[in-house]
Write a protein that binds this ligand. Structure first.
Ligand code: NDP
Length: 271
């Protein structure tokens, strides 16, 4: 009798199938992102049809991460246990920033054409819904994150992972803030889309410190949660951000002859 090959990540078929699909999606994004820069911001393109104001685009794209997480977390048998609740709080803080504050404070030139493609939102929905589901089920579902007893809070993987995650998140918020302040309120009011060379902070070393710290944060998260869901979001971020970092670095060099020649692409002193 023949049977289909079965991948047993956790032994729970529905969860394992979703994880397999999620990793297949990461593989597809890893290839596609080198050929098609995600059409938003400086790489916006009319070729891909309808676009949104980036504030709305970011909000919509990130929303499923919060909604699907809350929906599946609330159904889990372990939803009232301390470690799952701690991860819930960390999640809400993370997506409070990325899904709500970041778009709210973006400096978008008044009256400028929409620059966040529907295509990015649509593909983003798949990524963020999977992200919410995989984590929430693993945190609170029965028989999944069985290591999340209170002992986990003293485990070196948790302690190192959380330290890395928060150190990187602070760097990420700081780098995003430097970018935001590059446009003056007057330029925003007059509708001028200005790009300048960012200075200070980690920009002294790399063109893409927001991406560098984002990747470190998700690496810390994967360690702290010790989960394949964490590996998924780390790899998905690698797939998205490394090609975009390369394109962004090239974009600055082509556009600004005075661009600092010693600034690396992504990793200080390395690349
Ligand atoms: P960008 O640097 O492309 O843009 C962020 C904001 O800064 C936009 O409002 C942009 O304006 C503005 N900006 C950027 N560069 C300049 C400049 N030189 N002069 C003036 N304004 C500028 O970042 P992303 O939008 O790609 O990413 C935002 C955050 O989201 C980052 O922290 C990133 O790590 C995270 N992210 C995470 C992903 C993941 O897979 N985990 C995927 C993508 C992003 P404009 O829109 O007009 O270009």
């Amino acid at each position: 009798m023949s049977s289909l090959p079965h991948v047993a990540f956790t032994g729970q078929p529905a969860y394992d199938i979703t994880l397999t699909l999620a990793f297949a999606y990461v593989a597809a994004v890893s290839l596609a992102a080198w050929f098609i820069p995600s059409p938003y911001g400086r790489f916006a393109s009319q070729k891909f049809g309808l676009s949104f104001d980036p504030r709305l685009g970011w909000f919509l794209m990130e929303l499923p991460a919060t909604l699907s997480f809350l929906f599946f977390f609330a159904q889990g048998a372990r939803r009232s246990e301390p470690v799952p609740l701690l991860f819930l709080a960390m999640w809400l803080i993370h997506y409070g920033n990325r899904g709500f504050l970041f778009p709210l404070f973006m400096r978008v030139p008044r009256g400028s054409s929409a620059s966040f493609s529907l295509m990015v939102v649509a593909f983003g929905w798949l990524a963020t819904s999977l992200h919410g589901y995989l984590h929430a089920r693993f945190f609170s579902g029965e028989g999944l994150g069985t290591h999340y007893t209170t002992d986990w809070l003293c485990d070196p993987r948790f302690l190192c992972g959380v330290t890395l995650y928060y150190a990187a998140l602070i760097g990420n918020i700081h780098s995003d803030a430097i970018l935001r302040r590059l446009r003056t309120k007057e330029e925003i009011a007059s509708g001028t889309r200005v790009y300048r060379i960012p200075q200070g902070g980690l920009f002294r070393f790399v063109t893409n410190p927001s991406y560098f710290t984002e990747l470190l944060a998700w690496a810390g998260w994967a360690l702290a949660t010790w989960s394949l869901a964490g590996v998924y979001i780390f790899l998905m971020s690698v797939a998205n951000l490394i090609p975009r970092a390369v394109s962004t670095h090239r974009w600055y060099r082509e556009r600004f002859p005075e661009y600092p020649s010693d600034r690396r692409v992504l990793i200080p002193f390395v690349y």
